[in-house]
Design a protein around this ligand. Sequence first.
Ligand SMILES: Cc1cc2nc3c(=O)[nH]c(=O)nc-3n(C[C@H](O)[C@H](O)[C@H](O)COP(=O)(O)OP(=O)(O)OC[C@H]3O[C@@H](n4cnc5c(N)ncnc54)[C@H](O)[C@@H]3O)c2cc1C
Length: 375
Amino acid sequence: MGTVKNVLVVGAGMAGMTLGVALKQAGIACEIAEIRSSLTEPGTGISLQGPALRALQSVGAVDRCVARGYGYSQFKTCDAAGHVTGTVELPRLLGPDYPATVGVLRQAVHEVLAEDLSRLGVPIRLGTTIEEFVQDDDGVDVVFSDGARARYDLVVGADGQGSKVREMLFGPQHRPHYTGQMNWRATVSKPPEVKGRYSYFGPTNKSGFNPISDTRMYIYIVQNVPERPRWADAELPAMMRGLLAEFGGALGRARDEVCSPEQIICRPIFSMILPPPWHRGRVLVIGDAAHTTTPHLASGASIGIEDAVVLARMLRSDEPVAMVLQDFIGRRHERCRMIVENSEQLGEWEKNPSAPDVDTVGVMARSYQALAQPV
Ligand SMILES: Cc1cc2nc3c(=O)[nH]c(=O)nc-3n(C[C@H](O)[C@H](O)[C@H](O)COP(=O)(O)OP(=O)(O)OC[C@H]3O[C@@H](n4cnc5c(N)ncnc54)[C@H](O)[C@@H]3O)c2cc1C
């Protein structure tokens, strides 16, 4: 048994919930504080690539995520009219019995992890955040927003890109920056012939869709907008249909289904890699709180879930906690930096397609090759 025996996890996103499950499985007591009043996740779909599936497999959650989503192993590129210009076989990191990637509603992944937390008896303080902490050599005294107090061996902030824990540790200078792109997503019906992810390259925008079940898929578009905009919800359907106007094929047909604001999630894209160390004493950040990545490699959840699995594994060590955290960051920082910086670079090339050094295919291939290495 290691020196860390009880952990507070702040944030019940994919990283925080996976950490809760993995810690309990490693025999380490833990508790989660989540600011939302329920474990619901308002986002649309997400694609869980091989590294995310491999990490979810290590905590016993992969089969249920695959069952609740849509597994596929092919990615097709199309021109604006919808003619297929290329087919890429995606690597099956879990072997031939599993798909390379799973498109799934975020809520479905949260439900799978919430089931495991409940079965393992991990307490969750809903509607609660950390208000302050004071640490000494042996532990961290925490005051919660509801006035409750408790002491832990370790506190882990998995509270996402706007992390309060990161700000409490390092101040505001590491806030993620807006990259000059907006991400649009809308859930629509999936035609039966769609069996994988599609990307369409139009004269102005890159778009595409990703299946999340036998009957549903989500459309995505990345739009270049230099200054961060503020649009009213009511404007979104017409704007999204306008952005999709240059596309034909299955994407063009799906455009007519985009008609209500509730269907659409339109978010600014942010990026940030926290320089090491990701901790002060016994308080650490992981997931988007430590590395917020743009969606260009669809790998933010992969590296956040990996953080959780690797950290839980390393915390079984008998080494002093300072040494374990230093080793953890040594093992994670470079991999996460590579994903954050390469993702942002891909976005930069979308904004400046005539830049002399554009190498989108090369950067994508090298990034996925590096991510395929075991953690
Ligand atoms: C548009 C877009 C598309 C993406 N698509 C993909 C994709 O296809 N595949 C992929 O792998 N990645 C994708 N990503 C990245 C992925 O969504 C994130 O990397 C991942 O969700 C991060 O998980 P997390 O648990 O670290 O943070 P989050 O999912 O943000 O979870 C943080 C949790 O902490 C809670 N919280 C926040 N503040 C506090 C607080 N003060 N106290 C307590 N709790 C708090 C939040 O309510 C939330 O539950 C995408 C990102 C974007 C922006």
